[in-house]
Design a protein. Structure first.
Length: 278
């Protein structure tokens, strides 16, 4: 049997990210041929990915970052099957490398991200490779982008929740406020910036629910519309960022606080990505 050195095994491990024993076995199987061993490990990843395609990958890592001039921010979620893998630093570093790649190229969609080159392989191919290395289903679960005059990123402890948010003005004096609003998005989970940004179908559904509830409570038919509008307005206040109470000063809405800070200041958009609750 051909002798495989520790240096050869280590070199293959650095190149593929596979475990030491997997790398040694691959080199033995391929009689020391490095390129064939790489292909061997990749084929293994494809086989594992195929076998685990129907598994649930509900754990993972969520990370958000901005580019250097804070004009572009992105948040990525890469899913795995277990919390054990999600907390592994090598896996976190892998997710981080995907996000850095997205930011360097300022991609707009998850499909664009999947096709980017990451160390000679597309991101999508490295996902399959990681499945073989780790032995769990790995998938690029979500990718969101925000671009604005100035953007902010917030990462909640534990890498399970992250947000990005944009303001229409690039002013260092607003940085504290921008960070606080990104944290508010994490804490209060708004579905839109303002009422006009909510899908009309969602508003119509909330209005209908309000009318049905009022009818079941025995309210007069002539009052149903008014009661439903009141319930819908409450829904808008609780679920749109600008109309929520500002967490730092709950006597004011976010919109009021922004107007008092700068009459032209507003939030241009945000994204919130979170792993499913345990």
């Amino acid at each position: 049997m051909i002798k495989i050195t520790a240096a050869e095994v280590n070199n293959l491990r650095k190149h593929t990210g596979a475990g030491m024993m997997d790398c040694k076995n691959a080199l033995v199987e391929c009689e020391g041929n490095f390129d064939n061993a790489v292909d061997f490990l990749r084929k293994k990843g494809q086989k594992v990915a195929s076998k685990r395609a129907d598994r649930d990958a509900t754990e993972g890592v969520v990370i958000a970052k901005t580019n250097a001039d804070q004009s572009y921010a992105a948040v990525v979620m890469v899913n795995c099957e277990t919390d054990f893998v999600a907390k592994n630093q090598d896996f976190i570093n892998y997710v981080d490398s995907i996000l850095d790649l997205a930011i360097a190229n300022q991609v707009k969609t998850i499909d664009e991200l999947k096709e980017l080159d990451l160390n000679g392989r597309t991101v999508n191919e490295t996902i399959i490779d990681q499945t073989g290395v780790i032995g769990e289903k790995i998938e690029l679960g979500q990718f969101e982008v925000t671009e604005a005059a100035k953007v902010y990123a917030y990462n909640h402890q534990g890498n399970r929740l992250a947000t990005v948010l944009g303001l229409n003005k690039a002013d260092e004096a607003m940085d504290q406020l921008g960070r606080e609003l990104a944290m508010q998005v994490a804490a209060m989970s708004p579905i839109a910036v303002d009422q006009d940004d909510i899908d009309p179908e969602i508003l119509a559904k909330e209005k209908q629910i309000g009318m049905d509830q009022a009818r079941e409570e025995g309210k007069p038919e002539a009052m149903l519309e008014k009661i439903a509008m009141g319930k819908m307005n409450k829904f808008v206040k609780e679920n749109t960022l600008l109309n929520q109470d500002f967490v730092r000063d709950t006597k004011k809405s976010v919109k009021q606080y922004l107007l008092e800070t700068d009459k032209d200041l507003t939030v241009t958009g945000f994204a919130r990505v979170m792993l499913a609750s345990k």
